[in-house]
Write a protein that binds this ligand. Structure first.
Ligand code: FCB
Length: 470
């Protein structure tokens, strides 16, 4: 038996979801179309032709879902609002859409669950994409109006506000690799998108702050934990630098230091649009935040010398000029390791979470006194339900257990981590994978919409209830 690991008093235990992945009701009560609706209806983009049109039907089942959270001892629920539900054309307010989030918030508060709201989890109104999307600076200004609108309805009941979820994915998967909506593949546009996402975050943060000084405002980033195949090889070390730059420092440095790192600007010199960064942008982007959300799933090992099979990916990267964490470039190759992988083929690397949290605290958030929250962590496995729909998901349970151990290690090393949100409460629409990949601790039968807590959910309920892992 290992020694129990007790978490600090007040540590916040929750789970996370996102609007497009669970709500469904895609055309109900005035909701407008969003880029994921369009993208998923484009043949070949999402596995099995799945869309989020129905998803987990959470829009109609939120009362049942909140009751489930309560049964599972969850203290907080991280969800996102759909911009296209609140403002179907990206501009005009749809009261019926706001009312849904108001009902959801009341339901949560009625059960004593702290609502944690994310304003943007990738579902841009299609109307705004049609006007240029994130590569257009105007989208940042529209985002501020949207933030104001949501705040005017929910600001009296919600304290935790996250502007963006994983802007790296919105910008680089959406506009460079085309593996996410809107499916564009244009290097300079991806760089424009990333900058305007950061700008949207900064402008919305200062606007919300001026409306209400008591809010806890933040952003959630996804992080890559990257190690060199050969720690002595300068080429491998440079591959680590590039990926760390593109995935992590690209966002951290403007947010916390008010500047893009010179080596990233140099890596991107051929695609960086002239005049992109205007006077005052970096001041806006680095406006102080109150919490940093950390999403962590996996890590990778990289090399600077590509083998033959990496060439196709390298060509793709060269075409956009963007070295990303998922497409190799002529200088980066991902080297598979002989370790356990999840159903996403992601390497299970709990130690990477400890290192990441300690590094963030040391280099970015700690000096500014900003706490960290793990806003997403979890795993997809090939679940095998029994005849009642129950899943004995020992693999997922072990994944979460080891990553909570990693969070605890980070706490012991001095990182100021205040909470953990498991991704995800429910099996849901996993973007380009559709319903094929299941991340839920609660099984969803998509034919009947029946919810069945898995073994991992029962176990997580005891963790949340006792504030410790055994
Ligand atoms: C993250 C996303 C989330 C989910 C998990 C598996 O990148 O924020 O919506 O898809 O990955």
């Amino acid at each position: 038996m290992s020694t129990p690991k007790v978490f600090p008093e007040g540590f916040l235990w929750g789970s996370a979801t996102a609007s497009y992945q669970i709500e469904g009701a895609a055309r109900e009560d005035g909701r407008g179309c969003c880029i994921w609706g369009t993208y998923s209806r484009t043949p070949g983009m999402v596995r099995n032709g799945d869309t989020g049109a129905v998803a987990c039907d959470h829009y109609h089942r939120y009362v049942e879902d909140v009751a489930l959270m309560s049964d599972l001892n969850l203290q907080s629920y991280r969800f996102s609002t759909s911009w296209a539900r609140v403002m179907p054309d990206g501009r005009t307010v749809n009261q019926a859409g706001l009312d849904f989030y108001s009902r959801l918030t009341d339901e949560l508060l009625g059960r004593g669950i702290v609502p944690w709201l994310t304003l943007y989890h990738w579902d841009l109104p299609q109307a705004l994409e049609d006007e240029g999307g994130w590569p257009s600076r105007d989208t940042a200004y529209r985002f501020v109006e949207y933030a104001q609108t949501v705040h005017s309805t929910l600001g009296d009941r919600i304290s935790y506000w996250t502007t963006l979820n994983e802007p790296w994915c919105s910008a680089f998967l959406g506009y460079a690799e085309g593996r996410h909506a809107p499916g564009r593949t244009d290097g300079p546009d991806a760089v424009r998108a990333a900058h305007h996402l950061l700008l949207a975050h900064g402008l919305a943060t200062s606007d919300l702050r001026s409306r209400d000084a008591d809010l806890s405002l933040g952003i959630t980033l996804n992080f890559a934990d990257t190690t060199p195949a050969d720690p002595q090889d300068p080429g491998d070390l440079d591959a680590v630098r590039r990926i760390d730059g593109m995935s992590n420092r690209y966002f951290l440095d403007p947010l916390f230091r008010g500047a893009y790192a010179p080596d990233i600007l140099d890596d991107l010199r051929n695609v960086w649009p002239e005049g992109l960064v205007q006077d005052g942008d970096l001041e806006a982007i680095s406006t102080p935040i109150d919490v940093l959300g950390v999403n962590y799933y996996s890590g990778s090992t990289v090399s600077g010398s590509p083998p033959e099979e990496a060439h196709a990916a390298a060509d793709a990267a060269r075409a956009t000029g963007i070295p990303s964490a998922h497409v190799g470039s002529e200088h980066v190759t991902f080297v598979p390791q002989e370790v356990e992988h999840t159903a996403m083929d992601w390497e299970v690397r709990p130690r990477g979470l400890t290192d990441l949290l300690v590094r963030l605290h040391r280099d970015y958030t700690g000096p500014a006194g900003i706490p960290l929250y793990v806003t997403e962590n979890g795993a997809a496995y090939d679940d095998a339900p029994d005849e009642t729909g129950f899943v004995q998901d020992d693999d997922r349970l072990a994944y979460v257990h080891s990553h909570l151990g990693a969070v605890h290690d980070a706490l012991e090393a001095g990182a100021d981590v205040r909470g953990y949100f498991l991704w995800s409460l429910l099996d849901n629409f996993e973007w380009a994978y559709g319903y094929d990949k299941r991340f839920g601790i609660v099984r969803v039968d998509y034919d009947t919409q029946q919810r069945t807590p898995k073994a991992s959910a029962r176990w997580y309920a005891t963790v949340a209830g006792s504030n410790r892992i055994d």
